[in-house]
Design a binder for this molecule. Structure first.
Ligand code: COA
Length: 190
């Protein structure tokens, strides 16, 4: 059936770009297979397990996780960057449920326990947002977190993602359904 609106961004716009390296002191870069042990250690962190839905048994699984990202980039559905500081991986920031048609995506992140408390997550979210708005030309980035995840709420605020409301019992974690804060930052927010 014919469409009444055009895709906001043409299909192929993401896969035609190489995944960029972003930032100077805090650097976001694509994952490499050498990162498998640090990814495995991240997924063994109880806080990361608490707020995400995936577990990881061994380096075969962390390698599969890493090798999946270029596939998702080509499919234009999701993307992930290693957050690095001084050359060392300190966390992950990424895009989920990318829709080029709607020019939107959802931001996700985690930070290794040893690197927490230094403003890594919100600075990484800001860096990625700038690229999404200025280069990819997304219109809207959303950021969803359980209302019980107070640190993530603070990250959203510091990264200039305005709180839009609460979705009741809309996200399932290992301990059951959670109410979810919806934050968003728009390209026109500046
Ligand atoms: C949430 C997370 C990414 C924050 O990363 P970070 O770079 O360490 O963030 P910071 O330590 O700089 O903390 C950000 C803010 O949260 C606050 N904060 C941290 N822990 C908190 C807690 N338990 N309750 C309330 N606020 C908290 C900090 O004080 C800081 O606020 P400030 O900037 O006003 O001082 C990290 O804790 C993490 O990886 N958690 C597990 C995975 C996760 O929750 N991912 C997000 C899923 S939506």
């Amino acid at each position: 059936m014919p469409l009444l609106v055009s895709p906001a961004i043409a299909s192929g716009a993401l896969r035609s770009l190489p995944q960029p390296v972003l930032g100077t002191s805090l650097v976001l870069r694509p994952w490499t297979t050498a990162d498998a042990p640090v990814v495995l250690s991240a997924f063994s962190c109880p806080d990361i397990q608490r707020w995400h839905v995936r577990t990881m048994a061994d380096t075969d699984e962390s390698l599969a996780w890493i090798l999946g990202w270029p596939v998702r980039w080509d499919a234009e559905t999701d993307a992930s960057w290693a957050i690095t500081s001084g050359g060392a991986v300190v966390g992950q920031v990424g895009l989920r449920t990318i829709s080029l048609f709607e020019a939107s995506a959802q931001v996700s992140y985690w930070v290794l326990p040893s690197a927490r408390g230094a403003g890594i997550a919100w600075r990484a979210a800001r860096l990625l947002s700038r690229w999404c708005f200025d280069t990819l030309q997304l219109n809207r980035l959303s950021l969803l977190h359980s209302t019980a995840n107070l640190a993530s709420c603070r990250v959203a605020e510091r990264a200039s993602f305005l709180l839009e409301g609460t979705q009741r019992k809309s996200l399932q974690h290992a301990d059951g359904w959670h109410d979810v804060h919806v934050h968003a930052r728009l390209r026109c927010d500046g």
